[in-house]
Design a protein around this ligand. Structure first.
Ligand code: 4AD
Ligand code: MG
Length: 436
């Protein structure tokens, strides 16, 4: 009998084919069950896949057979049997069972076919085990892993930033207030401002953590709690920052194809979608982007932000990322580096996903001149005193540096062509949902 150290193999081991004719032990959940007079067909599920198993009266004991007939979907079972090639079975193999042990008889499972989105969201704790969610979560895992791999290989240290903050990090994005022993503090919108001080110790740093935004946007790309991959690099200017973004995103896309091909296939995603991503990405200035939007009939002017509609116009026909650079100061944050070539703008960039999936990265070279930083704050009516510690960084060995933040959930949403960002998060938090 073939077995791993705990005596069980995984479904994927069976489907690989090399165990044909061998006896195996499997355990998992009943994904589907079909009962005939003398036979019970169980589609058995574990994290690695589903496989057909056949339980025949007379082959297993009478007690075992009787138990098998009583199982409902999602019952937990351990079984032993022989692997046989079978062209009619999903995956091409089935297991002919000779022993089984029902470890837990499930009650009637509330999720059946064709449930409404609302119902599935209310039952997220159970929907998690669907094939779709299982595959999405495995891709998500790979995205996190690949990001860390790329950054580590390139000399970045993984570090952390606080979630409770006393100052705002991004203008425009709304803050969640928290009562902190009677004081008003906020949940962080970005780890950037606490990442920057750390590059004076480590030069290259990143965090992978949640960010919180109290925007009341009910769109398919907004969460109130999203996962933010933030990178900050010393000795790095605007162009080098963009190259870093391109390389990181490319590595993440290609790693998903390399390590999650089966999941992509089951999710119906063409690997070409990700394989065609490679540097350099398409790139245009904000100014050109506005002109293109105008040419395409949008009512938009220089100085206005590139929002959903404009993003759509700019990216709907693209199948690779678009970098838009040099946005006006009015619509971006005070910490960005002044652009001498066009003093109305900062040295910043956004990265827009193809096909209207929206902004996946916001980044910039950072202002390393204390006086300019203070002027920027005064211009927007903020109090430089509140940012004293942040301005301090520009007083002691101020170094040219840049960074960016990737909206990881948004990136995955585009990678998999999902309808809504919540589909790629285990327990999504949106304006209208905080349960389960
Ligand atoms: O463009 P943002 O606001 O940039 C920053 O926060 C910078 N401080 C990051 C940095 O330079 N370290 O946010 C970065 C990205 C966006 O491009 C978007 O992909 C994602 O975070 N994002 C959201 N994702 C899901 N739901 C939301 N409500 C999001 N808000 C931003
Ligand atoms: Mg942004």
């Amino acid at each position: 009998m073939r077995m791993s150290s705990d005596g069980f193999v995984h479904v994927s081991d069976v489907l690989r084919g090399s165990l044909e004719g061998e006896r195996v032990r499997l355990r998992g959940w009943v994904h589907r069950i079909r009962k005939q007079k003398k036979m019970v067909f169980v589609l058995l599920r574990d994290p690695s896949g589903v496989v057909q198993t056949v339980i025949k009266r007379g082959v297993v004991s009478d007690e075992e057979y009787s138990a098998a007939t009583k199982m409902l979907v999602e019952s937990l079972v351990a079984l032993e049997g022989t692997v046989k090639a079978d062209a009619r079975a999903v995956g091409g193999y089935e297991v002919q069972v000779d022993h089984l042990d029902v470890l837990h008889f499930a009650e009637e499972f509330p999720i059946t076919e064709n449930q409404s989105v609302e119902f599935l969201n209310d039952n997220r704790h159970l929907w998690i085990r669907s094939r779709k969610m299982t595959n999405v979560l495995k891709v998500r895992d790979e995205v996190f892993r690949a990001a860390r791999e790329y950054l580590r290989q390139n000399g970045f240290y993984e570090t952390t930033s606080p979630m409770f903050v006393s100052t705002m990090g991004e203008e425009g994005a709304e803050l969640f207030e928290v009562d902190y022993f009677g004081r008003k503090v906020f949940l962080t919108q970005t780890g950037q401002m606490h990442l920057e001080p750390q590059l004076f110790a480590l030069e290259r740093v990143f965090t992978l953590a949640p960010s919180f935004r109290g925007e009341k946007s009910r769109t398919r790309k907004h969460l109130t709690e999203f996962w933010h991959l933030e990178v900050e690099e010393a000795w790095c200017d605007h162009d080098a920052n963009i190259r870093r973004q391109e390389e990181l995103i490319t590595h993440m896309c290609h790693s998903v194809v390399k390590n999650r091909a089966a999941e992509l296939d089951e999710l119906g995603v063409d690997p070409e979608r990700l394989l065609r991503i490679g540097p350099p990405f398409d790139r245009m200035t904000y100014e050109d982007a506005i002109e293109e939007c105008q040419r395409r009939g949008l009512d938009i002017e220089w100085g206005q932000d590139i929002r959903t509609e404009a993003e759509h116009v700019l990216t709907q026909d693209r199948d690779t990322f678009l970098i838009v650079e040099f946005y006006p100061k009015e619509i971006k944050s005070f910490y960005m580096k002044h652009n001498d070539a066009d003093p109305r703008t900062y040295k910043n960039n956004d990265m827009l996903a193809p096909q209207g999936y929206g902004e996946v990265i916001g980044g910039s070279q950072r202002e390393d001149d204390a006086q300019r930083l203070i002027e920027n704050l005064l211009r927007i009516g903020d109090d430089p005193e509140k940012y004293r510690w942040y301005i301090d960084l520009r007083r002691y060995g101020s170094v040219e540096h840049s960074g960016f933040g990737v909206g990881v959930d948004r990136l995955i949403t585009w990678m998999l062509g999902l309808e809504h960002i919540r589909e790629c998060v285990p327990f999504p938090r949106t304006v209208s949902r905080i349960y389960p």
